[in-house]
Design a binder for this molecule. Structure first.
Ligand SMILES: *Cc1c(COP(=O)(O)O)cnc(C)c1O
Length: 474
């Protein structure tokens, strides 16, 4: 291509100053900083200049749009994109309730209000209103946690990984921790029991085999330098078949015999018996305390349905010792989380409230009839809007608990299944992610599947509109 052609196009490109004079960008000035608008206009114009310089045929240049209004529109989009939060709301249409990548638990309304309150005002976070002296941030939830679990003492840290690290570091630094080979778990890639153990300064002593560990295996491993016995709930997998593990009750007895603390990392902390709601049983925190374990740790944002937090409950001697560890300061919980946690825990004072008001529990226990009605409603709307574009029907399927809890639990659900005629399912899924409020759905056997279990009532019409917009495009 001749250079003169290139020059012609370069000359036709409007200057940044001209672009900035367009109404669409002038109007942005009241909501966006001028510097951001200027930068965006410069980037867009420079980008086009680069394209002209790189183009290898006039044909290509002819197809490009160098209109000043198009450039201004593109600039306006860039400006809005720059200032849109990077951490955004999405619609979770996967049916995975505790989706760690999508933020795990949603907070109950009361917890949301508590967060707003504590951030808008000063609080008695570490101030004792009785004495007018310095208080402890742990006091706000300790009584509640003891009441709900039957433990003597409690403290709360940043997350359960921190809780385990802190317990190991406080009670077993430079000493050996005995654990069954079947329980050396990895959770979500970044939490691996052996690594956490190494970080804490404790030494791992594995006993038993992958499928069977006996009381005598633990007992034979106990020596002069043993500091603790650790039991880890295998929350995200199960060893089935020819297996046996030692119960918390028996381990508690062993600990007493040798004067060693016995700790259980429960992973997902539950206070209610999920079996009563038709779900697979998961050991509850009160059960572990009743078995006689000295300390139990669990997450705030798994089945408990609260904010991200690590909760440590158990014998007071130990919880007090842990509070004094210097590491506790580094791993401490912040006031917003604490407020959300207190409000969530209060809901557990009445189990009915908990199941009704805590989104995680509410979604997990949604009756199939409700899900079916929602799916039918959506299907009839979509069929009308997308006639000739896709095959749309209600399908049977399963939702998952997720978050490494109840690994084998598949909860029957009713799905909206879409099979577009002229678009690949992959394309649909990708375009759904590009929506203003991105929609995360799944694909199975050439169908796009939408599970309404994890979609709130307010989100349903947004989801519906997104599906229509994306599939109508073809
Ligand atoms: C999830 C889990 C953890 C990590 O908890 P976080 O709150 O995500 O830090 C640790 N141990 C077990 C057994 C778990 O299931």
């Amino acid at each position: 291509m001749e250079d003169s052609i290139r020059q012609k196009y370069l000359r036709s490109l409007p200057g940044v100053d001209q672009v900035l004079q367009r109404d669409i960008l002038i109007n942005l000035q009241k909501d966006y900083p001028q510097g951001v608008i200027n930068d965006a206009a410069r980037n867009v114009v420079n980008g086009l200049r680069g394209l002209i310089l790189q183009a290898d045929s006039e044909d290509k240049l002819n197809k490009m749009d160098f209109q000043i209004d198009s450039i201004a529109r593109l600039t306006a989009e860039k400006v809005k994109e720059t200032l849109r939060p990077k951490l955004r709301n999405v619609i979770n249409a996967t049916g995975i309730v505790l989706h760690t990548n999508l933020g795990r638990s949603l907070l109950a309304e009361k917890a949301v209000e508590a967060v707003k309150d504590v951030t808008r005002h000063y609080s008695n976070l570490e101030y004792d209103l009785d004495t007018g002296e310095r208080g402890s941030r742990h006091m706000h939830v300790e009584d509640l946690l003891c009441h709900l679990t039957g433990a003597e003492g409690a403290l709360v840290v940043n997350n359960n990984a921190a809780a385990v690290l802190l317990v190991l570091n406080t009670l077993a630094k430079d000493r050996e921790v005995v654990i069954s080979r079947a329980q050396l778990v990895e959770i979500g890639g970044s939490f691996r029991v052996p690594q956490v153990m190494a970080q804490s300064g404790a030494y791992l002593v594995e006993v038993g085999t992958t499928n069977k560990t006996h009381y005598r295996d633990y007992e034979e491993a106990i020596g002069e330098n043993t500091g603790m016995i650790l039991k880890v709930h295998t929350s995200n997998y199960q060893v089935i078949g020819f297996t046996s593990q030692v119960s918390g009750f028996e381990l508690a007895g062993l600990g007493q015999k040798y004067d060693l603390p016995v700790v259980e990392d429960l992973g997902s902390g539950v206070f209610v018996d999920l079996k009563e709601y038709g779900l697979e049983g998961e050991p509850t925190v009160p059960e572990s305390i009743r078995e006689g374990l000295d300390l139990v740790t669990f997450s705030g944002d798994k089945l408990l349905g609260g904010p991200q937090a690590g909760i440590i409950v158990g014998k007071k001697d130990f919880t007090e010792k842990i509070k004094k560890n210097q590491l506790a300061r580094a791993l401490r919980i912040d006031k917003m989380t604490l407020a959300a946690l207190e409000a969530t825990l209060q809901l557990y004072l009445n189990e009915e409230d908990a199941v009704k008001d805590i989104p995680t529990l509410r979604m997990l226990t949604l009756p199939l009839t409700v899900l079916e009605a929602r799916a039918f409603n959506m299907v009839s709307y979509l069929k009308e809007q997308l006639r000739g574009k896709a095959q749309i029907k209600v399908a049977d399927g399963f939702s998952q608990v997720g978050g490494g809890a109840l690994p084998r639990e598949e909860i029957p659900t009713k799905l909206v299944s879409l099979q577009p005629y002229k678009m690949s399912t992959l394309e649909v899924i990708e375009r759904l992610r590009e929506e203003e409020i991105p929609v995360i759905a799944r694909i199975q056997k050439n169908q796009v599947l939408v599970d309404l279990r994890t979609v709130s009532e307010e989100e349903i019409h947004l989801l519906r509109d997104s599906l229509v917009r994306v599939i109508k495009k073809v």
